[in-house]
Design a protein around this ligand. Structure first.
Ligand SMILES: *Cc1c(COP(=O)(O)O)cnc(C)c1O
Length: 458
């Protein structure tokens, strides 16, 4: 079927003739004041930018509402883990709909701790997507387990669940799905596969606070769900992380592990027995939790705003040829947008490279990025395979790096990372509709001038 082509201006005209029901007041003024009408010369070639005012800054901090509890904590001198951390944990468990929550120093170590306490370690294989933040894979390696990469579904940016079963071996112990960009992975299918093959599931929800599949929050489907509260994240506290689960004994082990193996709940020994488990020290600080509690107050409203703006932006760019916004799986009831992703197809932009497209978009006042690089072929993997522990445990063919690369090819993900992916930051979605219109207008402007840009910039 031939794609319907029209310019944004024609589109706007059509809609204003039809009564303008489509456009909000903000959108109308922005489009006609600062949009394509002003100048068709792209900013990268010296024309005026679509947008000269900036974007909402991040993180958001309101001294009047946010500082009371933080100051109380600071002045108390009780800075190490105590009642503020416990309060945050209780609120986060309630918010996501899990029985228990344990905070950690960061999301990376929420993953490390979860895998360790689900007995994932040396000799085991863990299925993981290559389209993620590096921490996901490092968490597997730090426990001595072997990552097994399953290719990406380019339309959704998530692990392609249909390719998981083909990668299961006698060593496979766990699936580590990532809800990348805050768009839920195909949890229905993943849980089905995990059930059939008796696999542990640890969800990397480090970008997916409040995201839902079938009205159930992600992070609560698997044996454990892990979150990050790093500064750029939608619930920021500088550094911080959390594990949620309904499995009380697992959570007791996680608590003990995060406190250097001390007794906790069902992890208990004879009086005076001392430390009970191999452990680490991963405790969150009181003032971090106080910042988190302040941020938690605004998370729901911000999430709603991002989702509304994302849906609107998607509707505004989806018909531009060569722009393919993210798709969601059918049973997703909420996506939360740590980033807004779309795929760029240069064939529709007269062969203009993605790098030049992104540069042109930045010149129009629209910051952006090209997403993750391929994680299934980088030097850190070769280093991990060469370490003493790995060398002791795995057979030589599994440690051979060429063999590893061969086993872990992900051609769809290569295309996504190297050619197609474009992403916009979450704070850009906190504005109003006219901000979204600026983004759409800038993309359309570049589309219309693609030939001109290509000829001027080689
Ligand atoms: C941020 C992030 C992590 C790690 O969280 P930190 O708090 O930065 O350690 C893990 N996985 C994904 C997908 C992330 O985005």
């Amino acid at each position: 079927m031939k794609k319907k082509k029209y310019t944004r201006r024609e589109f706007i005209k059509q809609n204003s003739l039809a009564g303008g029901a489509f456009l909000t007041l903000g959108a109308t003024s922005s489009l006609f004041a600062g949009g394509v009408k002003k100048s068709d010369t792209p900013a990268i070639l010296g024309g005026p930018a679509v947008r000269s005012n900036g974007w909402p800054s991040w993180p958001i901090w309101n001294p009047e509402t946010d500082e009371k509890q933080v100051l109380e904590v600071l002045r108390s001198g009780v800075w190490s883990r105590s009642k503020t951390v416990a309060e945050f944990e209780q609120k986060w468990a309630e918010t996501v709909g899990a029985k228990r929550c344990l905070t950690t120093v960061n999301g990376t170590n929420a993953l490390v701790c979860s895998l360790a306490n689900l007995d994932i370690g040396f000799g085991d294989e863990v299925i993981v997507p290559p389209y993620t933040f590096i921490a996901t894979v490092q968490a597997i390696l730090l426990n001595g387990a072997m990552p097994v990469f399953v290719d990406t579904d380019r339309e959704t940016f998530q692990i392609d669940a249909e390719k998981i079963e083909g990668k299961i071996t006698s060593r496979t112990k766990a699936i580590l799905p990532v809800h990348i960009y805050g768009l839920p992975a195909d949890m229905t299918r993943i849980m089905e596969i995990a059930g059939k093959h008796d696999l542990v599931v640890v969800e990397d929800a480090c970008q997916a606070w409040l995201a839902e599949v079938g009205h159930q929050q992600v992070g609560t489907f698997g044996n454990a769900g892990c979150y990050s509260f790093q500064n750029s994240k939608n619930l920021p506290m500088g550094e911080g992380g959390a594990i949620v689960s309904n499995d009380e004994e697992f959570m007791d082990r996680c608590y003990s592990y995060h406190n250097l193996g001390g007794s906790y709940g069902s992890v208990s020994g004879a009086p005076g027995a001392g430390r009970l488990m191999l452990g680490n020290k991963l405790r969150l600080s009181e003032y971090q939790a106080a910042i988190g509690l302040a941020q938690l107050e605004r998370l729901e409203d911000q999430t709603r705003r991002r989702s509304e703006n994302a849906a609107y932006l998607k509707s505004q760019i989806k018909d531009i040829p060569g722009i393919a916004p993210y798709k969601l799986y059918n049973d997703v009831t909420r996506a939360v947008f740590h980033l807004f992703p779309f795929r760029y197809q240069k064939e529709e932009f007269k062969g203009l490279s993605r790098a030049t497209f992104l540069k042109a978009l930045r010149a129009e006042g629209i910051p952006n990025g090209d997403g993750y690089s391929t994680l299934n072929n980088q030097p850190y993997l070769e280093h991990a395979l060469s370490t003493k522990n790995f060398q002791q445990v795995y057979p030589s063919h599994m440690l051979d790096f060429d063999n590893f690369l061969e086993r872990n090819q992900c051609p769809e993900n290569d295309k996504l990372c190297n050619e197609e992916a474009v992403r916009l930051s979450q704070w850009m979605l906190l504005g109003n509709r006219s901000d979204m219109d600026d983004i759409a207008t800038a993309i359309e402007k570049i589309y219309n001038s693609a030939e001109k840009i290509k000829q001027s910039i080689s």
